[in-house]
Design a protein around this ligand. Structure first.
Ligand code: PLP
Length: 386
């Protein structure tokens, strides 16, 4: 059976060149980067070179790069770290209703610790409005954290404009760029951010390694204590193999990015067109201002999880914003924030394309999906009552 992976927003396979770059560091250059003998020095040098490369690609300096265990830890270090460092100045944080749970739950936790959080709404296209950000700013606002691109709809957020606003009001600005990095150009000065999170496994690197970019001068307290690594902001023996894999993956993803992403976008547009040609299917998220590989649709009268399982039986991997797949009772908080009904959110499907997808993959999915939708609809009482 043909297998088609269309869930690149969940994770990506590790690129063969990334594996090749990592391999020798498991057993040959395996030293602890903190050791002063030759084994340690080799690892230290590899980590330093990787840090330089990552910094260069993001438009940062090497000392502004802190390696973490991934996107979740980078988000928590940014949000809780600023809260700890600046709680004497104020206790108000601005975020949005469509953030990843790594951001939302860190903010919810801070609410239990005496912080106030404003969760900004989004418009029907899934985008935060700059006027809402401005209106939410208070004298005691210490942090704004708004994601660069949404993981469910791919909707791009007005990060540059928010960056300008944050700077004017001298508020620290963090963006969760986990979905953006590797898909669209990301430069920390261009965006005007003080803190930026990224994660290697979303751009063909290994899982369990990420970065928090921290602009020089940004006040931040560590969440862990125990060693001097990563300028004491993230102590613990460096995952040097992961660091090397992350840097290689970032280098590969950002080389000829335009060409690679144009190919993905062309396939995405074909897939989107085919899906929207099915009756009573509507697009979720902004039609243009979205990640090149993302399609998110609501298919009326069907359940997302039934679709996922039916597609899976035919080798196609996708995801949904329906409740069962998100592991909670409520359907996607992102789709609900955009004003979708529970029914529309339950019937949503997210298909995210990547570098290895082909036109044949898209044709295959567009061939099998309409009959699946028809079969599921015929089992739905609502469909017959319409
Ligand atoms: C995947 C993801 C994360 C979490 O990253 P991990 O490395 O899996 O912890 C955070 N934010 C967004 C937007 C993501 O897509």
């Amino acid at each position: 059976m043909r297998r088609v992976y269309l869930d690149h927003a969940a994770t990506t396979p590790v690129h063969p060149e990334v594996i090749a770059a990592m391999l020798p560091h498991f057993h040959n250059s395996f030293g602890n980067p903190s050791s002063i003998h030759s084994f340690g020095r080799e690892s230290r040098q590899a980590v330093d070179e990787a840090r330089e490369l990552v910094a260069k690609i993001l438009g940062a300096t090497a000392r502004e790069i802190v390696f973490t265990s991934g996107g979740t830890e980078a988000d928590n270090l940014a949000i809780q770290g600023v809260a700890l460092a600046k709680k004497g100045q104020g206790r108000h944080i601005i975020t949005s209703q469509i953030e990843h749970h790594a951001v939302l739950d860190a903010c919810k936790y801070l609410e239990t610790q005496g912080f106030a959080v404003t969760y900004l709404p989004v418009n029907a296209e899934g985008q935060v409005q700059i006027a809402d950000v401005l209106a939410a700013i208070r004298p005691d606002t210490i942090l704004i954290t708004i994601m660069h691109a949404n993981n469910e709809t791919g909707a791009l957020q007005p990060i540059r404009e928010i960056g300008r606003l944050a700077k004017e009001h001298k508020i620290t600005f963090h963006t969760d760029a986990v979905q953006a990095v590797g898909s669209i150009p990301v430069n920390v000065d261009d965006l005007g951010v003080d803190l930026l999170s990224l994660s290697a496994h979303k751009f063909y690197g290994p899982k369990g390694i990420g970065v928090l970019y921290i602009r020089n001068g940004t006040k931040l307290k560590p969440l862990y204590h125990g060693g001097g690594q990563e300028r004491k902001l993230r102590p613990g023996t460096e995952n040097h193999v992961g660091v090397i894999g992350l840097a290689k993956a970032l280098e590969l993803a950002t080389t000829e990015m335009d060409t690679k992403q144009a190919k993905i976008k062309a396939l995405r547009d074909k897939l989107m067109g085919g899906l929207l040609a099915i009756p009573e299917v509507k697009l979720n998220g902004h039609p243009e201002e979205r990640l090149p590989g993302n399609v998110n649709v609501s298919i009326r009268y069907v359940e997302g999880e039934s679709l996922i399982l039916s597609l899976d039986m035919q080798g196609v991997a996708v995801s949904s914003g329906s409740a069962c797949t998100s592991g909670s009772l409520d359907p996607s908080h992102v789709l609900l924030a955009m004003g979708l009904s529970h029914g529309e959110a339950h019937g949503s499907l997210r298909l995210t394309l990547g570098q290895d997808n082909t036109e044949e993959d898209v044709d295959y999915v567009l061939g099998i999906l309409p009959p699946i939708v028809l079969r599921l609809r015929q089992m739905s009482p609502l469909y017959h009552k319409r």
